[in-house]
Design a protein around this ligand. Structure first.
Ligand SMILES: [Zn+2]
Length: 323
């Protein structure tokens, strides 16, 4: 890349959505490469079971249930204090997409769900902002570059979310080496974009199974005629509002969105203490009421573990946090 490339990396502004396994690897590689500004958006907190693959975190982060965005920013500052890392422990939704994805030159996908990816795709296509899709399940990894106005977008390739990816995610887990492979490929493409090597960018959907060694590429050089997003410019995911609670991938849990409810952790700790074990730090409050575990964030968002039923999660939230 030379000094000019390194200068461009230092001036670059990148958003990473999702900081689990893929996001950890993306953020780590870009931060060590000297990308000057990283915005890390993640709605989740660190748990011991994450440590098999989420390489920015350690056991102390899990013991504190630190939000992943916060833990990632801390770890990155420890190895590169010269760059700016801006953590957001929040869920990317249509309401906050312009705030969270604006004022960057590139968006990277570290999410685990198609709902968020379609939202990223709508925002990026509407703003003509490049983004890189990256996903993995089991030993299988897949990635594509989306260059609005040039290549196909995510909705060109997957008009609807691919069911196989959604259904297997819960049960099959992910091999850490498959994640790091796809993150390495996506990071390299990001670097090419940042330093201006556009003719070196891959214009295919690349898939690789590290266990069977099967790999394939499908051309993404042209948008699909009639694509809802990039051709008809119908941004349904960006316009979506009032989304229902989402069941989260890989866990027996439900997330409740309550963005208009600032929470006073001290007050709620006093209120919940008679009903179970409560503990909180600056970023997160945890409440155990067998068989449920409720994790509450300062903006009122909650993750309720111990059920996949949104109705049960809603009623627990109403009872212990407020209706
Ligand atoms: Zn498209």
């Amino acid at each position: 890349m030379g000094p000019e490339g390194q200068t461009r990396l230092a001036a670059a502004r990148v958003a990473i959505v999702g900081c689990g396994a893929t996001g950890s690897a993306l953020a780590s590689l870009l931060a060590r490469a000297g990308v000057g500004y990283l915005r890390i958006i993640d709605r989740d907190y660190v748990e011991p079971s994450n440590l098999q693959r989420q390489m920015l975190f350690d056991e102390s982060d899990a013991a504190e249930s630190l939000p992943k965005a916060i833990a990632a920013a801390r770890r990155i500052r420890g190895f590169n204090s010269q760059i700016v890392v801006e953590p957001h422990a929040t869920d990317l939704v249509p309401d906050n997409a312009a705030d969270l994805l604006g004022n960057v030159q590139l968006i990277l996908d570290g999410t685990d769900n198609f709902e968020t990816r379609y939202l990223i795709n709508d925002y990026a296509v509407s703003e003509k902002l490049p983004w890189i899709y990256a996903a993995g399940v089991g030993s299988y990894a897949v990635t594509m570059n989306v260059l609005p106005g040039e290549t196909a977008c995510l909705a060109c390739i997957f008009p609807d979310s691919p069911k196989a990816m959604v259904e297997t995610c819960d049960t099959s887990g992910i091999l850490n080496s498959a994640v790091n492979l796809v993150a390495s490929i996506a990071t390299t493409e990001a670097m090419k974009l940042i330093v201006g090597a556009r003719n070196q960018l891959r214009r295919t959907l690349l898939s690789y199974d590290v266990w069977s060694n099967e790999h394939a590429q499908v051309s993404t050089a042209r948008p699909r005629d009639g694509c809802r997003a990039c051709q008809q410019r119908d941004f349904v995911h960006l316009e979506g509002e009032g989304r229902p609670p989402i069941s989260m991938c890989g866990r027996n849990s439900v997330q409740i969105h309550e963005r208009q409810r600032p929470i006073d952790f001290d007050e709620i700790t006093r209120r919940l203490t008679p009903h179970g074990t409560v503990k909180h730090n600056e970023f997160v409050l945890k409440f155990w009421h067998d068989p449920y575990e409720l994790t509450l964030f300062p903006d009122g968002r909650a993750i309720i573990k111990g059920t996949n039923d949104p109705a049960i999660a809603r009623s627990l939230y109403a009872r212990y946090v407020g209706a």
